[in-house]
Write a protein that binds this ligand. Structure first.
Ligand SMILES: [Ca+2]
Length: 389
């Protein structure tokens, strides 16, 4: 399928889901969010000694204009804000802004129960600050509204004399909308990945299933929020879905994987010759760089919960591709395996079972990517070892 066809299909889903009117963007509750109409719609609050300054400049990251806020003295409390949104207690909101600054005083603030800069009668307040890198950065905060009014603000509070920030592309949106749009983006990426010839067929099928799940979740959430039905569980699932965007694909090498989920949940293995051997395979299908993955075995316990095999006695061996075959290599004490993008890696986990009474034993295997951005959150795999008489 071409990228263009893909875009059309996704656009159709978005239109059906009613997630947004324009492309895949969530509905923005702010007026004039990119300052293209100057400071119109914004409340310019130069408090404290009143020496702060706000203006509109041509140095934009989107469109033609951006806002510039200048904290003249340590006693100038200077920000732009909006409030009076059509939201209700119980709703989740996400505020993002693109901000450029050379110091870490620049902040975005989202409050519930009061308007930032006035007397704080309410108690809800979240903020995010710029790193001071001098570059454009995206600042982001989220809040579940408990009290009205809600206020969104960007600027400096006291003690930032001489600091300047540029702001553009500010967005306040319902969390369901934001996560729905992100899920559709993830789904589009997955569908493209699913066409790669170098991936095993079952992985491609699993990627398509996962893409469908994202679209279904986004549609369901949109429908639920439209009819004002309780949608917290759908939101929680969408959070997980988006979080797992770059999730490492894991499977058991010696078992057929057709129809399997992308992430292995449990391994059951029979002990033989005094040991239980599992072959765990991993694929970094979505990440852009090689990632280090630490494979951490837990303690093996018997049915009574007593320790049967200490974690330190479990051995790991990495199967390194050599020529047409593989060679088993001990990854050493840090138990880290490097997984390049698009190339499967297999780890052999060996649990000593000699001397154990017949029965079932339980353990865990933690697969912990050291780069979450490129391999997703940690995965805990349940392990069951069967020792026969
Ligand atoms: Ca702009």
């Amino acid at each position: 399928m071409t990228t263009r066809m893909m875009a059309m299909i996704i656009a159709t889903f978005v239109a059906t889901a009613g997630i947004a009117q324009d492309g895949a963007e969530p509905v923005n509750l702010l007026a004039n969010p990119g300052f293209e109409q100057g400071l119109e719609g914004w409340d310019v609050a130069m408090l404290g000694d009143g020496m702060g300054r706000a203006s509109v400049v041509d140095d934009a990251i989107e469109g033609r204009r951006a806002a510039r806020i200048y904290a003249t003295t340590d006693r100038s409390w200077s920000f732009l804000r909006q409030h009076g949104f059509n939201v209700a207690p119980g709703e989740g909101l996400v505020l993002t802004a693109r901000v450029k600054a050379s110091s870490s005083g620049a902040k975005i603030v989202l409050t519930g129960g009061f308007i930032w800069g006035d007397d704080p009668a309410g108690h809800q307040r979240v903020h995010d600050t710029h790193s001071g890198s001098g570059e454009w950065e995206v600042l982001r905060v989220s809040l579940t509204v408990e009290q009205l009014p809600v206020s969104a603000a960007i600027g400096f509070d006291y003690n930032h004399a001489g600091e300047v920030m540029l702001v553009d592309d500010v967005r306040l949106a319902r969390e369901g909308d934001v996560l729905g749009a992100e899920a559709l983006e993830v789904a589009a990426d997955l569908r493209l990945e699913a066409q790669r010839d170098d991936l095993p067929a079952w992985v491609r099928a699993a990627l398509r299933d996962r893409a469908d799940l994202g679209i279904t979740l986004a549609q369901r959430l949109s429908a639920l929020s439209r009819y004002n039905v309780e949608y917290a569980p759908a939101l929680a699932r969408l959070r997980e879905y988006v979080e797992a965007r770059h999730q490492l694909v894991t499977w058991r090498e010696d078992q057929p994987a057709a129809g399997a989920p992308l992430v292995l949940e449990r391994i059951e293995v029979r002990a033989a010759d005094g040991r239980a051997v599992m072959r765990l395979s991993m694929l970094n299908a979505f990440g852009e760089r090689s990632v280090a993955v630490r494979v951490i075995p837990g303690t093996l316990t018997d049915s009574g919960g007593d320790v049967a095999v200490e974690a330190e006695r479990v051995r790991l061996l990495e199967a390194i591709p050599v020529g047409n075959g593989t060679r088993l290599v001990d990854p050493g004490e840090d138990r880290a395996v490097i997984v390049p993008p698009g190339m499967p890696r297999t780890v052999q986990v060996v649990i000593p079972t000699r001397g154990l009474a017949a029965g079932d034993y339980a353990g865990t295997l933690l697969v912990q990517p050291l780069d979450r951005e490129n391999a997703g959150p940690p995965q805990e795999i349940e392990v069951k070892v069967i020792v026969e008489p």
